[in-house]
Design a protein around this ligand. Structure first.
Ligand code: TK8
Length: 338
């Protein structure tokens, strides 16, 4: 019984509340089982969203679809979970767009530095036509993209020094997600970027293999990164969407009414997740400072300097992705702000 995995915790902190053990339904009564796995731990709003998905799907199907939930990379890192979806050996995962770009490179457009001015604009673009167009491209990769959730605006932490402007990046070894655009952008900023799966990150910081990393405050706090990082800056350099992915093989094998239930549940749980995420993120910057981290504000001028420095990377990737698609993303952002 794979439920055993749920009691363990692969992350760096204790499992708060074993919330997923005693659902209303039993796996042995179900015709279908969804194993949903994420990289973040059970305290993160992403996991609360996954539990919400479980509750909706199980109650709508009267337990005929059973959902097992796994956090903290218990089923693997983002790349290996996506590969498992392709093979049909795992049903659901919810990675950031950055690692998805290794499968469908167009997804890098959403990771352009300083692209989205705020979360609400991101929602409108992602939930609109161009967002759907990208989800549809996943089909060729044997994955079905059902909804965008939110990881959030990424902020920099490190163990060496305050980072207030570009020159402070100089020589810092920064873990990035496994994505070429992220790597190139951090090189332009003057850092020494090292791509790495999220599941390796805490140990890498602890052992000093990397000086720093970048993630939303919620992740920095809930994963206990303040234990191994001293400085946090509100760089807000990239907005990371999550994408709710289903194995195409599994999805195509479901009766149509069940496909609809799963797809609606991914959207509904996503709305819940986005809201929880936004609340959490605001609160956690204060908590990080309470834990002893030094907070450094990035001035508008310093942020503009960073934006100018990464512009060549944006231009290069626009060419690779296709200027036409990129222009439609910019247009959608403009439309969203009217
Ligand atoms: C969790 C990752 C993580 C992402 C990263 O699996 O890798 O830094 O931001 O949240 O998807």
């Amino acid at each position: 019984n794979e439920n055993a995995g749920e009691e363990e915790n692969g992350g760096n902190e204790a499992d708060a509340d074993g919330e997923d053990g005693g659902g209303e339904y039993a796996q042995e009564d179900a015709s279908h089982t969804i194993r949903g796995g994420i990289g973040l731990n059970s305290d993160h709003p992403q996991y609360q969203g996954l539990l919400e998905f479980k509750e909706i799907v199980e109650s709508e199907t009267d337990g005929d679809i059973f959902v097992e939930t796994y956090h903290s990379g218990q089923l693997g890192d983002d790349r290996s979970m996506m590969e498992a979806l392709q093979l049909g050996s795992q049903e659901v995962t919810i990675p950031s767009t950055a690692p998805i770009a290794n499968f469908v490179n167009e997804f890098s457009v959403f990771d352009f530095p300083f692209l989205f001015p705020d979360s609400e604009t991101a929602d409108q673009v992602l939930d609109g036509e161009v967002g759907q167009e990208l989800l549809d491209m996943l089909d060729d990769q044997n994955m079905v993209g059902l909804a965008y959730w939110e990881n959030g605006f990424r902020d920099l932490t490190n163990s060496e020094r305050e980072v207030a402007s570009m020159e402070d990046f100089d020589g810092l070894t920064i873990r990035t997600m496994e994505n070429d655009l992220h790597l190139d952008a951090f090189r332009e900023l003057g850092a020494n970027p090292t791509p790495m799966a999220f599941t390796e990150l805490f140990t890498a910081m602890q052992q000093g293999t990397v000086d720093g990393q970048e993630n939303p405050y919620a992740t920095i706090y809930l994963e206990g990164f303040y234990e191994v990082q001293d400085y946090v800056s509100d760089t807000h350099h990239i907005y990371s969407p999550f994408v709710f992915l289903v194995s195409k093989q599994f999805y195509d094998g479901l009766p149509e009414d069940y496909q609809q239930i799963v797809s609606d549940a991914a959207v509904e749980a996503g709305e819940f997740q986005r809201e929880a995420n936004r609340e959490a993120n605001d609160q956690y910057l204060q908590d990080l400072q309470d834990e002893g981290m030094t907070f450094t504000e990035i001035s508008d001028e310093a942020r503009q300097e960073m934006q100018d420095a990464v512009q060549p990377v944006i231009d290069e990737y626009s060419g690779e992705i296709g200027q036409d698609l990129v222009d439609r993303v910019y247009q959608a952002i403009e439309d969203a702000q009217q």
